[in-house]
Write a protein that binds this ligand. Structure first.
Ligand code: HEC
Ligand code: HEC
Ligand code: HEC
Ligand code: HEC
Ligand code: HEC
Length: 194
């Protein structure tokens, strides 16, 4: 499942650079062994979203996970690739976005904001949603690459359906311990505390 999505985004990313907007859509992957991609998962992000009632902090650009990761089924790792190789999952750079948005989304005012950041060579200052105390050690790579097959969603909830990301789990010590006990991982204090 993960692998399929990753191949799909490879096709998307490549076509997005050279061709017009419709090629940026998963439909473009048809004929590459990715049948029925226009309705993959069948999830359609709502067109009009009232942002006032949404949980989670307001971001400088209304970037939507439900559009990208949901409707277009982009793999989480396309943008958060560091999750597999480092303690931090990291955020994508503006140039990752611009691989598609040189073309995609013209006329959308939020996409225009993105292009302004790009043209002015300014990084986007995304508002941090998850932050553990500095005395806690949390390695993403150990969790994501574990043979216990944890999904991002196990800890972050259904991000692919969120127009705006919010903190889904408490991130309290009890939350960590409960899962470690269930998965038979060590709960020694020194595992998580320096
Ligand atoms: C096209 C790029 C892209 C894709 C694909 C993507 N994300 Fe993100 N993600 C971002 C950006 C940009 C932010 C920062 C803005 C925000 O919070 O919406 C972010 C923020 C987040 C955050 C909150 C970070 C914080 O500050 O604590 C989580 C959690 C997250 N993403 C998980 C996921 C998961 C899970 C998936 C797959 C279902 C995914 N993302 C797919 C670009 C992406
Ligand atoms: C693989 C291609 C791809 C990448 C990478 C990508 N996008 Fe998009 N994005 C799209 C497509 C396709 C749409 C839908 C455009 C439309 O409906 O006209 C879209 C829509 C949007 C919209 C408008 C959302 C709405 O419907 O209101 C914003 C804002 C946006 N993207 C921001 C970003 C940001 C910020 C990044 C980087 C973190 C990013 N995108 C990365 C393909 C991409
Ligand atoms: C076992 C639970 C767990 C899993 C699985 C997990 N995360 Fe996280 N994630 C966290 C915690 C806890 C934090 C806060 C980390 C911190 O503050 O140091 C976090 C923070 C983040 C952030 C904010 C930036 C950062 O690195 O601190 C992003 C983005 C993110 N996660 C994306 C993902 C993606 C994408 C996946 C799947 C590839 C994933 N996470 C899998 C628990 C998890
Ligand atoms: C959904 C289940 C789950 C949650 C929630 C979770 N973990 Fe884990 N954690 C695991 C699993 C499974 C492993 C073992 C990975 C492996 O097989 O190497 C692990 C491994 C670790 C390791 C590496 C252990 C070592 O031997 O080096 C640390 C550190 C860690 N977790 C910290 C945390 C912290 C801190 C939190 C809470 C903020 C947390 N975990 C929440 C499942 C979870
Ligand atoms: C699986 C990871 C994990 C293990 C194991 C763990 N902790 Fe924690 N601990 C955390 C996290 C995450 C927090 C931060 C909770 C928060 O911010 O509310 C924390 C917070 C704390 C705090 C600060 C509490 C507070 O209210 O600020 C103390 C003290 C503490 N832990 C002691 C311990 C001791 C003693 C052990 C061993 C018996 C232990 N921890 C084992 C993850 C862990």
């Amino acid at each position: 499942m993960k692998r399929r999505a990753r191949i799909l985004i490879g096709v998307l990313g490549a076509t997005a650079l050279g061709v017009s907007l419709p090629s940026c859509r998963p439909d473009a992957a048809q004929g590459q062994g990715q049948a029925d991609t226009s309705a993959v998962g069948g999830f359609e992000a709502p067109v009009d979203v009232d942002t006032t009632g949404l949980p989670g902090p307001r971001q400088p650009i209304f970037y939507r996970h439900d559009v990208h990761a949901g409707q277009y089924e982009m793999d989480c790792r396309y943008c958060h690739f560091a999750a597999e190789v480092s303690p931090s999952a990291g955020l994508p750079t503006v140039s990752t976005c611009m691989g598609c948005h040189i073309l995609a989304g013209s006329g959308n005012p939020e996409v225009q904001k993105l292009r302004d950041y790009w043209n002015e060579r300014r990084p986007i200052e995304w508002v941090e949603i998850h932050e553990l105390a500095p005395f806690v050690r949390f390695p993403h790579n150990r969790h994501v690459m574990s043979d216990k097959e944890l999904e991002c969603q196990d800890c972050h909830g259904p991000v692919q359906e969120m127009p705006q990301v919010y903190k889904y789990a408490s991130l309290k010590m009890g939350w960590c311990i409960t899962c470690h006990q269930k998965e038979e991982v060590s709960t020694d204090c020194t595992v998580c505390h320096y």
